[in-house]
Design a protein around this ligand. Structure first.
Ligand code: CP
Ligand code: NVA
Length: 303
């Protein structure tokens, strides 16, 4: 049966740990210029219905480094963007390619694509989840802290696709996660209910960023208005007042804490320039690790 990568909850901790270990191995091989052509001659379609820098470049470069070919497709220049049914696109792409990555809006779009696809489908971000990013984030945490086990993670900001995926990660990997989100901007209720049932007591939600950040090992934030929510920018700026991850807020975390941000960042909104440029920030390693973890995910799924 074709295995997809649409959400972390489809995988066990062991399977995800294996991908993280493979990503570390591929990173070392890349740095030491040791060939690792695990996708020799394979083609991976990269479908984008939203903008991207990191996801596009890391997938395209990653599949090339694995000996394969990345095929960029945008909604503006493909028939999908003109309304060709997802199920038709999925069956056609399956006849040409060996794998497909999709960045789109609703999670139901990647679910539908996967249902009709004979080739592995990888979620490159939906409104609900961003699983490749959280895997890169965990790779970064492991590099800095040796393990995620026993650490306390803090999320400050919108209950968005990143927050939802952190919630799944906390439940699967078994670490503590404290989220601070303004009223009305909480994470997805179904995701939260699943995580609370899977791993009771690990995840908490507050409206006070100081409560979430106090004593945390890993502090994470993201933009207040995600792609598709640009029209809400002004009203969100009001709702998120007091949620900027600045030096004062970060001073409550552990002295050796690390700061994650998936990027792109809006300095002066969700994160201050001094924090993203400061000594706790690991955002450039985090961005680099998108390359290595996605190579691991593709090499695991695409046969
Ligand atoms: N973090 C992330 O997914 O970045 P892009 O939107 O640039 O792909
Ligand atoms: N939450 C952001 C993440 C961007 C990588 C968005 O969906 O726009």
């Amino acid at each position: 049966m074709t295995r997809h990568f649409l959400a972390l909850h489809d995988y066990t901790k062991n399977e995800l740990d294996e991908m993280l270990a493979l990503a570390a191995d591929l990173k070392r091989k890349q740095q030491e210029r040791i060939p690792h052509r695990l996708l020799d001659g394979k083609t991976v379609a990269l479908i984008f219905e939203k903008a991207s820098t990191r996801t596009r470049v890391s997938f395209e470069v990653g599949v090339f480094q694995l000996g394969g070919h990345g095929l960029f497709m945008s909604s503006g220049t493909s028939q999908m963007g003109r309304g060709e049914p997802i199920k038709d696109s999925a069956r056609v792409m399956s006849r040409y390619c060996d794998g497909v990555m999709i960045r789109t809006f609703g999670q139901e779009i990647v679910d539908e694509f996967a249902r009709y696809s004979d080739i592995p489908v990888i979620n490159g971000l939906t409104d609900l989840f961003h699983p490749c990013q959280i895997m890169a984030d965990l790779q970064t945490v492991i590099e800095r802290k040796n393990s995620y086990a026993g650490l306390t993670f803090a999320w400050v900001g919108d209950g968005n696709n990143m927050a939802n995926t952190w919630i799944e990660a906390a439940a699967i990997f078994g670490f503590a996660l404290r989220l601070a989100c303004p009223a009305g901007y909480e994470p997805d209720q179904n995701v939260m209910a699943w995580a609370q049932a899977t791993a009771p007591g690990l995840i908490s939600l507050t409206t006070d960023p100081r409560v979430a950040v106090a004593g945390a090992d890993v502090v994470n934030t993201d933009v207040w208005a995600s792609m598709g929510q640009e029209a809400e920018q002004k009203e969100r700026e009001k709702a998120f007042a007091g949620y900027c991850l600045d030096d004062a807020l970060l001073s409550l975390a552990k002295p050796d804490c690390i700061v994650l941000h998936c990027l792109p960042a809006h300095r002066g909104e969700e994160i201050s320039d001094s924090v993203i440029e400061g000594k706790h920030s690991v955002v450039w390693d985090e961005a680099e690790n998108r390359l290595h973890i996605q190579k691991a995910i593709m090499a695991t799924l695409i046969k």
